[in-house]
Design a protein. Sequence first.
Length: 661
Amino acid sequence: MNRDLAKEEIKKSWRQLYPADKKGGIVCPICGSGSGPHGTGINEDPKRPGQLHCFSCGFDGDILSLIQQERGLDFRAALEAAAGELSIPLDDLPGPARSTAAQDFKEAAAEGPTVDTGKPRPARSEAAPAAQPDNTAYYEQCRARLEDPAAVTYLKARGISIAAAQYCGIGFDPAADPARSGHKSARIIIPVTKAHYVARSIDPATPKQYAKLNNKGAEIGIFNAAALYPGAGVLFVTEGAIDALSIIEAGGEAVALNSTSNAEKLLKMLEAKPTGATLLLCLDNDEPGRKAARLLSEGLQRLNISYQNCGPDICGQYKDPNERLTAQGWKALNAAVMEATARAARPDNTSFYLDALMQGEIEKFKEGRDRKTGFANLDKEAGGLYPGLYVLAAISSLGKTSFALQIADQIAAAGTDVIFFSLEQSRLELVSKSLARLTYQADPAHAVTALKIRQGYIFDETLDAIADYKRDIGERLSIVEGNFSCNVSFIREYTRQYMQRTGTKPVIFIDYLQILQGEGEKRQSSKELIDTTITELKRISRELDLTVFVISSLNRMNYLTPVSFEALKESGSIEYSADVIYGLQLRCINQDNPFGKEGKLKEKREKIREAKAATPREIELLCLKNRYGISSFSCYFDYYPANDLFRPATDFETEQPQARL
């Protein structure tokens, strides 16, 4: 069987390589997390067959990627190992190499994961885990050969002096095959940890996929990680070890991830033991590098570690620091490294901000003008949806979930991804609301209610609505059914993983605040817990640069009075932390009779009852706070509760009427 067919067969058969629990998940061999109520552990993405992910450590890839990361193998060795375990013949690969790799894989699988993450995990057998290799003696042998003319010539061509190579413990092996790939060649040996090293072939005839290999059986590490501690001064973070060597050659100090997938490893290392250095991110000038830089930026900001993203300044027009070094020479890279180092001494000075950051932030902010709620009257007043924390508050049974869901649907229909965290209502309830709304928008005379849809009455109008929903909304809207243990950490991690997998910046909805579990100490009051939650949601919006909507209920004592800051439950932190606060209320609340008078409780309650019973229900959206435009305004809506539809009120005039989804 050729390689491509074997790869597809292995992806289909991944469950045979690891024991699955009753939910279909497996213990993650990288981080040790097991499948649980929040989907931790390795699970298959239902929308992407063969694609696996772990919500605990962030792994996302197919079974071969999982084997590579778990065992420190290159792609070929992982393919051989999996094929051997599954008894899949590989006709286009050498038999002996395949047999050896398969046997190694079987033995390692019996012994358990070799990566020590510090987390407990169930053993696969009573056998002890395989020990990580100790290459200390091998490194010494390679260092003794560093001045071999072939090694000197290669390093010189890459712009690296023998002095810089010796400083980093680099060596040379004239016949290395670190991954047992069957491709021996003369290689520069770059020690990373006692167990892990990177071997770069100096022979231009070596096939590209074998030019740079990690040694078999070792966990991939961070190159020059010791430079993080004690952590004084400035430290560059590059993608490859040769790039870190280039920065060192140019007069700086650097560590290397060795893989963009190691960004999480660096963050976990810094979370366990923070560095005092200012980190200058200098990853490759391509999309994977920019994605890893964004991930590191978010994580370092969360960990309160000083950093700057200087990749464009160091790389210039080139892909990475080494490419610039070889193209422009030492002087150009040295000047860039020295300038970035000097600037890092005052990382928050406004001159640098004006020169390098302000225009980019303006462009990002301007993007909000193009993102709309889909309600013409609200968009006219608010001007757009910007990254920040939005709070939508209302009394019970006023349609705040339906209103938020309609905005979510309209945002998705306009082309932006949305994640709706529903802590109270099920996915069935929410989707049936959307379908009921679409049937009304298509033909009010033959509209189908959400309750009828949930009861299984599937009319032609419902089928049409389903087709419209799938075409316009379904692929970009994700509904995450929460439970009463869902907290901000789960929302943050789910969102981060979603962004990594899709490369998008979704709008987030959370329904609702008072159910979302706090993460503070149990002895905290309800107000203190909500203050903490609001602060963390605001942090998510800033760190991830996202629009976050959270729905909130109101105090019962304010049900007969207009929406105000005082009406928000435990409103202290909401008032000061939220960027935008909207309140939904019945329009009759602003009528003079009887609401403009003291007392009259019976009359007020009767008016409220009548207003709630009306179809359409007359609703006012009141803006209490807006950091992005007009600070206070009202919009009026007609609400059809049976079909979960909000429409701008008929007395709202616009040249752009509400469009059907």
